[in-house]
Structure formats: C-alpha cells, structure tokens
Design a protein around this ligand. Structure first.
Ligand code: UT7
Length: 324
C-alpha cells in the first residue's frame, strides 16, 4: 500500500486593485507593447495599503477549505511558500493559522522564491507519506509589489501580488501512476547563481527589506534549459512521459519561457494553463493561482495528469507530477 497526498480542495485570492501595463508608461520608459510582447503580461494585481501576505494567504486558504468541504479544525499543518512574509518573525503561516481559526497542528513558512510552491508541495508530500500529518494546507502567497524598485523598468513591470492554496489529504493508493495525488517530485538549487536574482537587503545585512534585482536574460536562459529537464526527470521518476501529460501548470513568469518549456517537452500550448497575462509573476503564488483558475475555467478535471514546474532566486528549481 502506498500513501498518496491527494488534492481535496483549491482556492485563490487576488487583491482588488488591477494595474494595467499602461500605468507603468507614466512611471518608467516602457510601453504596453514591450511588456506584452516580451512577457505576455497585460495586467497584475497589487495589494492595498495595509493588506499583507498573510491576509491574501488566509483568504486563499479559506477558499480552498470551502472547496474541500473542510474547516480549519480538520487541518494538521500549514506550509506557506513566500518570500514576502508580513514580519521577520513570526512566520506568516502562523498568522494565517490564527486568521483562519486553526488552534491545533503546526504552521511554518518555506522560502524558495518562485520555486517555493513546488518545494512546499514536496515537503507536504513528505509529511503525509511519513505519517506526520494527514491533512496539509499548502499556500503560496506574495506581495512582491512591496519589494519592487519602481524606477527599474526591467523588473517593476513583471511582478504582481496574490495567493493560492491547496488542501492535501492522505489517501491509500496502489503505488501505480494511475493513483490520484502527488506521484513524484524533483528539486534542485545552485547557490552559485545568487547574483542573477536577489533582493539587495535583509535582516542580517542591511537591516532593511531591500529591492528585487535581476539579470533577466540570464535567468531566462537557465529557465528554458532547467524547467524542461526537471519536468522530464519528475515524469521519469513517476514512470510517465510527456505524452501522458494532460496539463502543464507552470510558474507564470514569462509567456516565452512557458511556451519554450512546453515545446521542449513536446506538449502543445492547448495543454498548458496560462494566467501570466492577468497576474504577472506572483512568485510562489503563481502555480496555486493557476491551479485554481485552471479548475474554475473547466480546464483541470479530476483524474488529469499535471506537471508543475518553477524556477527562481537561488537559483532554485523543481517539478511535481500529480494526478488531480
Ligand atoms: O520568476 C523568477 C524567474 N524570473 C524569470 O523567469 C524572468 C526571466 N527573464 C525574463 O522574463 C526576460 O529576460 C525579461 C522579460 C526580464 C526581459 O526580456 P529580454 O528579452 O530578456 O530582454 P533583455 O533583458 O535582454 O533586454 C532587452 C532590452 C534592453 O535594452 P537594450 O539594452 O537592448 O537597449 C533593456 O534595457 O529591453 C530593455 N528593457 C525594456 N524596454 C522597455 C528592459 N525592460 C524594459 C521595459 N520596457 N520594461
């Protein structure tokens, strides 16, 4: 008998304020045309003043609980993937725990930047397979608008705020790829690429939150190569191939990266969930947002074989294969 981590519910939350590309034309030397053609982004959401990452995460978590037909008391753990926690400590995960009224179990933040949700899924999978938890809420929530340098046209146009969440529950499987739930995970980091994508501040350096810095074209090059590799390796571990994939649910950083990865995997774009046009890059929130929107659109259905893949600061990257 194999224990699988099966998705029972999914939900998301986006802040009210929608920021179209045209708003950036007034702030920096850019055009809507450049942003659309180079990235696929048309708009993004920005959190309101005073609205924090744990506020967004709690709303996504509540939506996922409602979708699962569960309450906070049913959960054993919360893992929040974020790089933009409300405070240095406590973890934003414990703040979400309090906001949704969960008084038992445990909660913690996980930081792997844009790959955070993939890393969080792998950790939830391990907690469930080891028997430490039966029901885990996995959240990706970010307020990247708070760490953007609005005078840097190369980065400020790319990111947005939002949150998505999944409820995973232990279920008995047969040990074959026909099982529902997480079937394989594949994680990587290489800290020698730190300077390609980082925030120039922090607790034990500047004592400030800092701003995001990126050598975009270098990250692009790594993304195109590493995402297809990690997706293939996760499929291989699951005993599957690209031909078995119903949906690629990629990290939403750039439409050109998404389509280059799909092409390397020989999966047509009709089988890729794309939300980057509406959300921009929401870092660790982008995959659960895409899962939730993909389900709402009627794209993702029970029994579908999904591959999620992401890369971000670190560099850190990875993929998860799951049957919905
Ligand atoms: O989620 C974490 C991982 N992050 C990513 O995956 C992001 C990966 N990188 C990218 O998505 C792309 O590299 C970018 C969208 C960031 C940039 O696209 P690119 O095609 O790689 O452009 P580039 O950086 O090579 O810049 C090309 C030109 C430059 O001008 P020159 O030097 O050719 O005169 C830039 O200064 O585009 C210029 N540029 C802009 N022009 C108008 C950069 N940003 C802008 C802008 N508006 N907002």
């Amino acid at each position: 008998m194999t224990i699988r981590a099966v998705v029972r519910g999914v939900g998301h939350y986006l802040p009210e304020r929608v920021v179209p590309n045209s708003e950036f034309e007034a702030r920096v030397d850019t055009t809507d045309e450049w942003i659309r053609s180079r990235t696929g982004i048309e708009r993004r959401h920005f959190a309101a003043e005073g609205e924090t990452t744990s506020d967004l995460g709690a709303k996504a978590a509540e939506a996922a609980l409602a979708d699962a037909g569960m309450t906070a008391a049913d959960l054993d753990a919360i893992i929040l993937a974020t790089s933009t926690a409300d405070y240095t400590f406590p973890s934003a995960a414990t703040m979400i725990q309090e906001k949704i009224g969960m008084t038992t179990g445990f909660a913690f933040d996980l930081q792997a930047v844009c790959a955070g949700f993939v890393f969080a899924l792998a950790n939830a999978h391990a907690l469930i397979q080891s028997g430490q938890a039966r029901r885990v809420m996995v959240i990706g929530a970010e307020t990247f608008s708070r760490i953007l340098d609005f005078s840097d046209r190369a980065t400020c146009v790319l990111f947005g705020d939002g949150a998505g969440a999944l409820v995973l529950e232990a279920a008995e499987g047969t040990g074959t790829p026909a099982d529902r739930g997480i079937l394989a995970t594949d994680l990587h980091s290489d800290g020698s690429y730190r300077d390609l994508l980082y925030v120039d501040g922090g607790v034990s350096t500047t004592g400030t939150a800092g701003h995001l810095r990126m050598q975009g074209n270098q990250v692009f090059r790594h993304a195109v190569e590493k995402l297809a590799q990690t997706a293939h390796s996760a499929l291989d571990k699951a005993g599957l191939t690209s031909a078995d994939v119903d949906w690629i649910v990629p990290h939403q950083a750039n439409l050109r990266i998404i389509s280059a990865t799909a092409s390397r995997m020989q999966v047509p774009m009709e089988r890729v969930v794309v939300t980057v046009q509406d959300h921009g890059n929401t870092s660790a929130a982008s995959i659960p947002l895409a899962l939730s929107v993909g389900k709402e659109r009627g794209q993702i259905k029970q029994g579908d074989l999904l591959v999620t893949e992401a890369i971000g600061g670190g560099l850190s990257w990875g993929a998860v294969v799951m049957r919905w």
